[in-house]
Design a protein around this ligand. Structure first.
Ligand SMILES: Nc1ncnc2c1ncn2[C@@H]1O[C@H](COP(=O)(O)OP(=O)(O)O)[C@@H](O)[C@H]1O
Ligand SMILES: [Mg+2]
Length: 265
């Protein structure tokens, strides 16, 4: 379970302007739930994921992952609880190392002893099966360097690495946005498979209304650092992408109108 309470973060821009990126986010995600996150550019989606991952410490509020209060923990301390995939297929793997070596590194994460760094025959066989299951023509590429793979292939490996140790939380930040439509579809399918098979608690940011509704169990809309809507169950099941967009636009309008017409302080 993920428990986020009154989470706040304000950035100071280089010019001195203060940008409240998270304004008291409350969000509880039961174990195994897959939540999709939508919101306009700059609404605070990445900041929410970064705060949970510990990229920076929040100004206020608390974050608990599987009962552990990680709010003041540095990023490396909570890393073993979290798997992440970013938009950029070049992030998250080591480009000069082979696919097999990258998988080995992911497997060694958090292990103190008992595992050798080298790639044994049995490890290679295991990885062969794993990457074969991805259906991305990677089974012959275990000895190829990461840098020679396509963006889609990289994201598939990154996803595998992020979930190999069954993290308490999987964070996906527009991880298909930089891919061509076909590769994006493949990665979404793999994401769905991996999350279901491992029953992973997941937060996935997407700019696609279709993805937001078709994937996962619940959809939240973020705007100006707040959760504007939280949809699940029958209410969510009854919506299509157009409904979702309309709903989002109406809610945003209400907020923007209220902000613009606020009496001067
Ligand atoms: N490291 C940072 N320094 C300064 N401002 C930031 C930083 N990260 C994000 N912001 C600002 O916080 C707001 C939310 O950004 P972000 O969470 O990246 O939005 P989203 O992912 O929803 O597009 C934006 O106004 C952005 O410019
Ligand atoms: Mg973002």
């Amino acid at each position: 379970m993920i428990e986020i309470e009154r989470l706040e973060k304000t950035f100071t821009q280089p010019g001195g302007e203060r940008v409240p990126a998270l304004r008291g986010i409350d969000l509880v995600i039961p174990t195994g739930q897959f939540v999709t996150v939508i919101g306009t550019n700059g609404s605070g989606k990445s900041t929410l994921l970064n705060a949970v991952a510990g990229t920076f410490l929040p100004d206020g509020g608390t974050i608990r992952i599987a009962g552990i209060d990680v709010t003041r923990q540095p990023e490396f301390r909570r890393a073993s609880l979290i798997g992440r995939v970013f938009q950029d297929p070049f992030k998250g793997t080591c480009p000069s190392m082979s696919v097999g070596e990258n998988l080995r590194m992911a497997e060694l994460r958090g292990e103190r002893r008992g595992l050798r760094v080298g790639l044994s025959r049995s490890a290679l066989d295991r990885y062969h099966e794993l990457v074969k299951g991805l259906g991305m023509r990677l089974e012959g590429r275990l000895r190829a360097t990461m840098g020679t793979l396509s963006g889609g292939q990289r994201q598939a490996i990154t996803l595998l690495m992020a979930t190999l140790k069954r993290p308490q939380l999987l964070l996906l930040d527009e991880h298909t946005a930089a891919l061509d439509p076909r590769a994006a579809d493949q990665i979404i399918k793999i994401t769905d498979d991996v999350v279901r098979e491992n029953k992973l608690t997941t937060l996935m940011v997407t700019h696609s209304m279709e993805q937001a509704l078709e994937q996962g169990d619940r959809t939240i809309m973020v705007h100006r650092g707040e959760i504007l809507a939280d949809l699940s169950g029958d209410e969510r099941a009854g919506l299509d992408a157009n409904d979702l967009l309309r709903r989002f636009t109406e809610l945003r309008y209400t907020v923007e109108f209220a902000v613009a017409n606020r009496p001067p302080a």
